[in-house]
Design a protein around this ligand. Structure first.
Ligand SMILES: *Cc1c(COP(=O)(O)O)cnc(C)c1O
Length: 347
């Protein structure tokens, strides 16, 4: 199999950073990875990935899981008793985009909190905890997907963690794009992760691994999550084949996320130059850009259809909003083509 360093020919796919293909180095590492049965004595490559991930995130242990959704689910199951309340920003991925597993599988009561740019209102959260008869878990998200790739301020995270600790409530961090936050803040990922008891990170988004996420936390927490992973059918066998790509992701793909952030800023600047109502360049903190088409007289779906005819794929994230996500396959030429397609349609 040839590595496709530039994505699928001719198509500029801005729907998500999950579309990134494995690098040549990943495919090569996958071929020579030492393997074992991860449901029995363990797979050496998975173990190496879990150790490296735990060290990078600054936690005692890590668990390799097939998806971020499973990582968040296992965190909820491992932290909280059925029937307990889970507090999260109302736009949280774990409340809105995981098919209600918070209720149907974890058996928790969602307590959506008001917030700003992905950060929960701290006073509202404190009030909600006081009013709760069964507080079970607080969940934060950085970067915040629904809010447009925003980075939670570290002092905010510190205060939320302290609030959890003073009330005996564990704090989970949905860090699907934690490394984007780390690069944007210019601090190591562990400096962010220290403000949560458990952290989920995705290897399969901007880091370009084909499959997989890590759930990190204390040794006792990860041991519980490991047992629960079997319960939900997430225990894999020679999973070192995919973990090998995850190792390359952690070793070589973090710093380059800055290029994705620069591409998103360039895209936002050009779109706001076309029409200031379309994009706000000051809102772009990482690799996600929200485009507001409400002033254009056309719906988001019509814009998505229109740019698709130019070979540009974008996601409508509401009737009047598009979501554009930059990643390794969005180079300068792809950014230029995207701007040209929006300019042609805007006329
Ligand atoms: C993508 C994402 C997830 C889920 O990850 P999958 O691997 O797609 O299941 C969870 N949280 C956030 C914030 C995400 O962006």
């Amino acid at each position: 199999m040839a590595a496709q360093e530039n994505g699928r020919d001719g198509i500029v796919d801005l729907r998500s950073d999950t579309v990134t293909l494995p690098t040549a180095a990943m495919l090569e590492r996958m071929q020579r990875a030492p393997l074992g049965d991860d449901g029995r004595e363990g797979d050496p490559t998975v173990r190496a990935l879990e150790e490296r991930g735990a060290a990078l995130i600054g936690k005692e242990a890590a668990l390799f899981v097939p998806s971020g959704t499973m990582g968040n689910l296992l965190a909820m199951l491992a932290h909280a008793e059925r029937g307990a309340d889970v507090f999260a920003d109302r736009g949280a991925h774990l409340l809105n985009s995981e098919l209600g597993s918070v209720v149907t599988i974890a058996g928790l009561a969602p307590r959506p909190m008001p917030g700003r740019r992905g950060a929960m209102d701290e006073a509202a959260l404190a009030d909600a905890i006081r009013a709760s008869s069964r507080p079970g878990l607080i969940a934060m998200e950085t970067t915040h997907n629904g809010a447009g790739g925003t980075v939670l301020p570290l002092p905010h995270m510190m205060r939320i963690h302290a609030l959890g600790q003073s009330n005996g409530i564990p704090v989970h961090l949905d860090g699907a794009r934690l490394f984007n936050a780390s690069v944007a803040l210019g601090v190591p990922a562990a400096r962010i992760a220290e403000h949560a008891d458990s952290v989920m990170v995705c290897l399969s988004k901007g880091l370009s691994a084909p499959v997989g996420s890590l759930l990190c936390g204390s040794a006792a927490f990860v041991a519980r999550a490991r047992a629960l992973r079997k319960l939900v059918g997430g225990t894999m066998r020679q999973s070192g084949v995919v973990a090998a790509a995850g190792l390359v992701a952690l070793e070589t793909m973090i710093e380059r996320l800055a290029e994705d952030h620069a591409a998103a800023r360039r895209l936002a600047a050009a779109l706001s130059w076309l029409d200031p109502a379309l994009a706000d360049r000051d809102q772009v903190q990482t690799n996600i850009l929200r485009v507001d088409v409400s002033a254009s007289g056309r719906e988001a779906a019509a814009w998505a259809e229109g740019v698709k005819r130019h070979g540009i794929l974008v996601q409508a994230s509401g009737p009047l909003q598009l979501r554009l996500v930059t990643h390794r396959h969005i180079d300068e030429a792809a950014v230029d083509r995207t701007i040209a397609a929006f300019a042609a349609l805007g006329r």
